[in-house]
Write a protein that binds this ligand. Structure first.
Ligand code: F6R
Ligand code: MG
Ligand code: MG
Length: 369
């Protein structure tokens, strides 16, 4: 056990209500009871349970560090318990994200998404937990670049001496299972070559260069790669620390005024705009979307989660929502055509292999170019 604090966000879709649109109140209640018990027996300092779409989200503070077997086991057990309720209620896709029957020390690689960070609590510690549904972890690349590398987004990069040296990004290659670090601003053009391809390269962590302080941590699990076949999208979470030498709350939220296109939406097979919504509107329904993101703000005080504040429940994001709806209308008119539908590489997890097999004898050689 260390003196420093760990913030762990662990999430899974263990059954949808109705379809893939939201989480049933009984599951939320059961998870809240389990979290309360874990606080009472001092496994956790504090915990908050919420949902984004059909994903059950456990936001937890403790002193056991990242990747801790006990914390991960606790989250796993909550998801297993909630799966039982989901099965009883015949909710949709009960246990969908639990890819294994037995826990093996960490939830990594077993289906749930994880974003964790360990730090010394500052005199005041504002954090934002972003949670998205109907998209994949690459969705954070663009906003993370904006927050930590773009002075047109983050005035503090220019104005605040603590941020003037910039930030270091750890980028994961999820196909090759390796990572690389880029220092910005010097390597802005290099990093963009990679993170501009968010299917394969995903920002995992961001650090302040002045002192190596951790600023952001994202979940990077891709369920389809874990399972080897399509098993739903790996709706991601992101944790950021804000203020006094890190991007301000408003600088952290600002990139979400642009509902950029992400992978996901219907059947995890379409591009669609990422719409910032209030907690109440985190219920993707139109064509199972469009992809949504919520932002829960907390002050962390001696490890306690003071909050959340529903940060996108703000008319300042109405414009982004309207723009997302317009982009959704435009994309939907493409029906099953790219670029609304994802490229063929992503179709390998769907009907394409069966179709190729079925039609393999009907292809004729052609001689002309
Ligand atoms: C996307 C998602 C949904 C489902 C769709 C079909 O992440 O979860 O869009 O893919 O509703 O679901 P099934 O095949 O379960 O009927
Ligand atoms: Mg689901
Ligand atoms: Mg989901």
């Amino acid at each position: 056990m260390s003196d420093s604090l760990t913030l762990s966000v662990i999430k899974a879709d263990v059954g949808g209500y109705v379809g893939h649109s939201t989480v049933h109140p009984e599951l939320l209640e059961a998870a809240r009871t389990r979290v309360r018990e874990a606080v009472e027996r001092e496994l956790l300092i504090d915990g908050h349970v919420t949902h984004c779409g059909d994903d059950l989200e456990l936001i937890m503070t403790h002193q056991k560090g990242v990747d801790d077997a006990e914390i991960h086991k606790f989250a796993w057990d909550v998801f297993v318990d909630c799966t039982e309720i989901a099965k009883r209620l015949k909710l949709y896709g009960a246990g969908q994200d639990l890819l294994s029957d037995a826990f093996a020390g960490t939830v990594r690689g077993m289906g749930p998404g994880v974003a964790e960070m360990e730090f010394e609590e500052r005199p005041s510690e504002p954090v934002v937990v972003f949670m998205a549904d109907k998209t994949s972890p690459g969705a954070w690349n663009l906003p993370l670049f904006q927050i930590y590398a773009n002075p047109f987004n983050t005035a503090g990069l220019v104005i605040d001496p603590a941020m003037h040296q910039g930030f270091e990004f750890e980028v994961l290659d999820v196909f090759e299972h390796k990572s690389i670090r880029f220092a910005c601003p010097e390597e802005m053009y290099e990093i963009l070559m990679f993170i501009g391809a968010p299917r394969r390269y995903m920002v995992k962590h961001v650090y302040r260069r002045k002192d190596g302080e951790i600023a952001a941590s994202a979940s990077t699990q891709r369920l389809s790669l874990i399972a080897g076949k399509y098993v739903g999208k790996d709706d991601p979470v992101l944790v950021t620390r804000c203020q006094s030498g890190l991007p301000a709350l408003g600088e952290t939220l600002e990139p979400f005024t642009f509902p950029h296109l992400v992978e996901g939406w219907m059947r995890g097979s379409h591009h669609g705009p990422l719409m910032p919504v209030s907690f109440a509107d985190a219920t993707p329904s139109r064509f199972d979307g469009p992809p949504r993101v919520i932002a829960a703000g907390f002050q962390i005080t001696q490890g306690k989660l003071i909050g959340p504040r529903d940060l996108f429940d703000d008319p300042a994001f109405d414009g982004a929502r309207a723009e997302a709806t317009k982009a959704a209308d435009y994309l939907r008119r493409h029906g099953p055509f790219e670029p609304h539908r994802l490229g063929l590489d992503d179709m390998e997890y769907t009907t394409m292999p069966q179709l190729m097999e079925k039609l393999k004898d009907r292809w004729q050689e052609v001689n002309e170019e």
